[in-house]
Design a protein around this ligand. Structure first.
Ligand code: SF4
Length: 152
């Protein structure tokens, strides 16, 4: 968050934290936290295609090849499944107060639980701290701490 503060001073929007912050401030719903859910395409050196760069070493969820002119990603189960893996589509997240900003890393879900449909175990603590930091920062920047004080 310290790095985010520096980047924001220079109007740089970089990385997931800054994007979440921007979504929060603009009141936008962040439908997909990670682009691997239906948007990102990773191509490995031999041309195989997959949704997530962290799975390159295992080549799990990799199908098709960019060299194949008949390769149709819409026909592959891996891309179809990953495209459906976002918080609004998961009962796990329905009661989460951060559903509009979150989703976490699908790879983390997979390597810790063997399923992409479970939560990313790191994300809850992080989101809670991030939202507190955003609220605290907005409170200070809007001059509310001078008027009403603040909790450090
Ligand atoms: S490692 Fe996680 S955050 Fe990165 S692309 Fe894969 S699923 Fe997304």
């Amino acid at each position: 968050m310290k790095a985010t503060e520096v980047l924001y001073k220079y109007n740089v929007v970089k990385g997931t934290s800054c994007q979440r912050l921007q979504n929060f401030v603009l009141g936008k719903f962040r439908l997909r936290d990670c682009k691997s859910s239906g948007i990102q395409l990773v191509v490995v050196p031999d041309g195989m295609l997959g949704p997530c760069h962290s799975l390159v070493g295992f080549l799990e969820y990799y199908q098709g090849n960019i060299a194949d002119p008949n390769c149709d990603l819409t026909q592959f189960d891996n891309f179809r499944e990953w495209a459906k893996r976002y918080p609004l589509n998961m009962t796990l997240y329905t009661k989460c107060p951060f559903i509009s900003l979150c989703g976490g890393c699908i790879y983390n879900s997979y390597i810790t639980s063997n399923s992409i449909w479970n939560e990313d175990p790191q994300i809850c603590t992080y989101m809670c701290s991030l939202v507190k930091w955003i609220l605290h920062d907005l409170w200070k920047k809007r001059g509310m701490s001078e008027k009403y004080g603040s909790i450090e």
